[in-house]
Design a protein around this ligand. Structure first.
Ligand code: FAD
Length: 370
């Protein structure tokens, strides 16, 4: 019997399912995709876009076009709640969408703490599309006066943003912004010494100031105050304080993990509602909690595609195995990177060339469907 598959978010874990919408339609199923933007932006290339290496069109995937081209329906909107008892998804607009099988790849967000939405000159590092706005704002402000940019957070997105602001503005002469990272107690605290040292060296070479004298307690429109009471004036602030899974599940009373992600079993299926599946940053894989990195979302693609088809067709589900250690490469700006795989760490041009090759290949593969 024909059924209705609803995909919430067209993120990294849904790419293969999106590329195969025609296969669902060929079996007479209806497919609806809900997303807040007609495009999905590839996060791995986000800092490179801020730095000017890539244009927005290099790093985005035309979700709406791909869905409609294959006979699916694209609904522009944000899912805010699920009513699993009624098999309905509620959108911010008040609209509801019913499903037989639903899959969630709605990502994660950077908590804005208690900041109001209207405060100017504060940018979160996600959604990635906001980095386009941030780039315009940096250019605008730096063309008027010397400015200071603060990045709150000391993890991978913070250091990549810093390196790429340097790249963007390295030709600005006297108006090149000062960039300060407020890393709390440590920069890249969760990474081995070899990675940390190389990243620190790269940032310092570019004049980025690294503050590890305490956590930021208050963020104001034009500065920050540390727990010690020390105040720093800033013209522009980036929030890179880590991410939380989309709040849809918490709001809906669906079983979640300690981080708020939908708790899923080895089939990437909700432990309470077998017709709900998910992947990427918005799930909590209960057998083995996963880092919030795109690598896992990408690895989940074939399993999600198979299991969504299987759930619609009454076929057996496949188990997701997260796989071993993954390659991490940080884009430090200036065409250089820092690479880590198992015990291997290296930096310089070669690291960036490898990252650029992998990222462009990924985009080429999925943009080809457009
Ligand atoms: C600056 C930065 C750089 C990074 N670089 C790397 C890297 O190099 N390598 C790596 O492995 N990881 C990297 N990461 C981590 C990576 O971004 C995430 O792990 C990855 O994006 C997770 O993919 P996802 O598809 O789950 O989520 P997302 O990429 O966030 O995609 C979620 C999708 O859902 C949509 N959506 C959001 N809310 C809703 C809603 N309410 N309803 C419907 N749709 C919704 C969004 O529009 C988006 O299309 C980086 C993160 C950041 C912030």
């Amino acid at each position: 019997m024909a059924k209705h598959l609803v995909l919430v978010g067209g993120g990294h874990a849904h790419m293969m399912t999106l590329a195969n919408i025609h296969a669902f339609v060929a079996k007479s199923h209806r497919v609806t995709v809900i997303g807040p933007s007609e495009h999905h932006y590839y996060s791995g290339m986000g800092p490179g876009m801020l730095g000017g290496t890539y244009s927005p069109s290099d790093i985005r995937f035309a979700t709406k076009h791909v869905v409609e081209k294959q006979g699916g329906v694209f609904v522009l909107g944000k899912a805010v709640r699920v009513r699993p008892d009624k098999r309905q998804i509620e959108l911010e607009s008040g609209e509801t969408v019913s499903y037989d099988v639903a899959s969630f790849n709605a990502g994660s967000y950077v908590p804005r703490l208690n900041l109001s939405k209207d405060i100017e000159n504060i940018y979160t590092v996600k959604p990635i599309e906001k980095l386009v706005e941030a780039q315009t704002r940096i250019k605008e402000l730096a063309s008027q006066k010397p400015i200071t940019i603060g990045i709150i957070g000391g993890g991978p997105s913070s250091v990549e943003i810093a390196g790429n602001i340097w790249q963007l503005t390295s030709g600005y002469g006297a108006n090149q912004p000062r960039v300060k990272i407020f890393a709390g107690k440590d920069l890249m605290a969760e990474y081995p010494e070899g990675v940390r040292a190389r990243i620190e060296k790269s940032l310092k070479r570019h004049g980025v100031e690294i503050h590890t004298n305490g956590f930021v307690q208050t963020i104001e429109p034009h500065g920050i105050i540390l727990a010690s009471g020390e105040r720093y004036d800033l013209d522009l602030i980036f929030l890179a304080i880590g991410v939380k899974p989309n709040a849809i599940f918490e709001r809906s009373g669906i079983p979640i993990g300690p981080d708020g992600g939908m708790r899923v079993n080895a089939y990437l299926q909700s432990i309470a509602y077998p017709e709900m599946f998910g992947g990427g940053d918005c799930i909590y894989f209960q057998d083995q909690p996963l880092d919030k990195v795109g690598v896992y979302a990408v690895r989940q693609n074939p399993i999600l595609y198979n299991n969504l088809m299987a759930a619609l067709e009454g076929k057996p589900l496949q188990v997701f195995s997260p796989g071993g250690d993954y390659l991490l490469i940080f884009n430090m700006g200036g065409g250089k990177g820092v690479l880590r795989k198992k015990r291997l760490t290296l930096d310089g041009r070669i690291a960036f060339i490898v990252k650029d090759y992998i990222d462009r290949k990924f985009m080429k593969k999925f943009q080809a469907i457009e």
